[in-house]
Ligand binder design. Structure first.
Ligand SMILES: [Zn+2]
Length: 559
């Protein structure tokens, strides 16, 4: 949209000029020289004419560049260079079902179920979507996996249906709006700005109604910061900066949101400092009124509040919120289960699980895991590829919808497999590309993001830390170049946790990268060679496990 771009540029120039004047010069005066922004870190400032400076007071929103709006399937990451190709060890090139392009095609089909959920406004007005267990998008995904298992030539395939647990419900937002209220005090022409990336996490008292309140900025909302800030009656704006695995910020940020509500805030906005202007459904606040705000909307709020503080009008910045939401209960769902019988120990089972449910496009959580599962089913169903032990493929209903646990119902409905399983593999978020902050800044000052040639770090959790299994992970790095983190660990998050109850080792491969649970987790986020790397590694892993002695797989079992 060229016209938007030119308007944006004009805003950017006045923005940086204003910040330079109002904030930069004030801040720099108190700053050691080494910390003061250098000339090339304050772009455009030197270009501003005297006339520009005089007209600043008349620019809307203090001259701060308006946020770019929300694009549902866009990846705001620089990704011009390709991912490193997959390594195909000698003797494996004939496994064409494990080639990246083939798995990628299935991933596109899987993401298509999410796109349909959005296009048909499956939930409310369609502001959130996904492959939602208990809804048509969830059932279609499982049915697709079942069809693929059958098409692969597997005869023992079942769609195993179950109902939502009594008393359980899933909360979903149906429609909402978060609107910063314009005021001439912020510059002539300051109209309302709708923060389109806002994502409600829970309704609090807001459901079905609206609320208008002033904003108060609380930084990262530590106790040390809050000792100086009164949040009562206000919407507290805190900032979360995800690093490494995004899930790592859940525990500080969620409880701090709760703390802000306990201190009297009427709502909490959490700015998730990530690429673009994404909606993020993660990090709760214990049931109060909470919204996550995307990176560019967050940047706008922060810049405006900075400018308003310098101008003495910060107390006037107010927000109006609307939210309709609903709790859904009495739903039903299904797992797709396929069994490729073993050649000599067919009463012993290696279980491979991938959850089918997702928030938004969910290409990486867990479209990649599910596509790899289906590829592995084709691989082991090929004549001549049967292994000593039986292999069970579970396209799981997942764990996002309360009371509809995929693994829980699989274990309950398949007691023989549960009793005779020797190991469970959980494929969960395994081929997203690695993104990191870029050298470049967007014209509003927002730092851009870039990809590198490999996958985001993959945690490989082995619940019993068996040396044999750990050795397979190390060989996987050498044979296929899988980007496993270097610290051995017993992680079995996500679907893996439920399988712990079987008392056998659970092997979980899992990424938790920055796009996790956001609208930015689109197809382009997943590495096609990365899909192949993980599929080939996992085929290798399962073959080795299938012929190993029980004492190797589970040294402490005594078996
Ligand atoms: Zn997941």
């Amino acid at each position: 949209m060229p016209s938007t771009r030119s308007v944006s540029t004009r805003f950017a120039r006045t923005c940086s000029t204003l910040l330079y004047l109002l904030v930069g010069t004030v801040a720099c005066a108190d700053m050691p020289a080494a910390e003061a922004p250098s000339a090339d870190e304050t772009p455009f400032a030197e270009e501003a004419s005297f006339a520009d400076k005089l007209s600043l007071a008349d620019e809307p929103w203090f001259g701060v560049m308006l946020p770019p709006g929300f694009e549902p399937h866009a990846l705001q990451v620089i990704s011009n260079r390709p991912a490193a190709p997959a390594v195909v060890p000698q003797g494996e090139s004939q496994y064409r079902e494990l080639a990246g392009a083939s798995i990628q095609a299935d991933l596109e089909t899987i993401v298509g179920f999410s796109r349909e959920s959005e296009e048909t406004a499956e939930v409310g007005e369609g502001q959130m979507w996904g492959r939602i267990t208990g809804f048509p998008s969830g059932s279609k995904t499982i049915q697709w996996a079942v069809n693929e298992f059958r098409a692969a030539g597997i005869s023992d395939v079942e769609l195993q249906q179950f109902d939502q647990n009594e008393g359980a419900s899933i909360w979903l937002p149906l429609s909402w709006e978060v609107r910063l209220l314009g005021d001439p005090a912020f510059g002539a022409g300051s109209a309302d700005v709708v923060l389109e990336s806002a994502m409600p996490l829970s309704a609090g008292d807001l459901s079905g109604g609206s609320l208008t309140a002033p904003l108060v900025y609380v930084g990262t909302a530590t106790s040390a910061e809050l000792a100086h800030i009164d949040v009562r009656g206000k919407v507290a704006v805190q900032k979360a900066i995800p690093q490494g695995h995004t899930v790592f910020v859940r525990s500080p940020v969620g409880p701090r949101a709760q703390d802000l509500l306990d201190r009297g805030a009427v709502a909490v906005f959490t700015i998730i400092d990530l690429p673009g202007n994404m909606r993020a459904r993660d990090i709760g606040c214990g049931g109060g009124t909470c919204f996550n705000i995307g990176g560019r909307d967050g940047r706008f709020i922060e810049s405006v509040m900075d400018a308003a503080a310098a101008a003495g009008t910060v107390a006037d910045i107010r927000v109006e919120m609307h939210l309709e939401s609903q709790r859904f209960s009495g739903l039903s769902a299904a797992n797709g289960v396929a069994i490729v019988p073993g050649t000599s120990r067919s009463d012993e089972y290696v279980v491979l699980n991938a959850h089918a449910d997702a928030w938004f496009d969910g290409a990486g959580d867990n479209g990649d895991g599910l596509a790899i599962l289906v590829a592995l089913a084709r691989h082991f169903a090929t004549p001549g590829m049967q292994q000593e032990r039986s292999i069970v493929f579970v396209a799981s209903a997942g764990h996002h919808s309360s009371g509809l646990s995929g693994p829980g119902n699989f274990v309950a409905m398949n007691p023989v497999i549960a009793e005779r399983a020797v190991l469970v593999v959980n494929l969960e978020h395994t081929a997203q590309r690695h993104i990191t902050p870029a050298r470049s800044l967007h014209e509003d000052g927002y730092r851009e993001w870039t990809m590198d040639s490999h996958e985001a770090p993959i945690v490989a959790g082995i619940t019993n830390l068996a040396p044999f299994l750990e050795g397979l992970v190390e060989r996987g790095i050498q044979r296929y170049g899988t980007n496993f983190v270097s610290g051995p660990n017993t992680m079995a998050s996500g679907e893996g946790g439920t399988y712990r109850r079987l008392g056998v080792p659970v092997f979980t491969t899992m990424q938790g990268p920055p796009m996790y649970h956001t609208t930015g987790e689109v197809l382009e986020m997943v590495s096609t060679p990365g899909l192949e790397r993980m599929a080939r590694f996992m085929a290798f892993f399962v073959k080795e496990v299938s012929q190993a002695a029980m004492a190797q797989i589970n040294p402490t079992s005594g078996g």
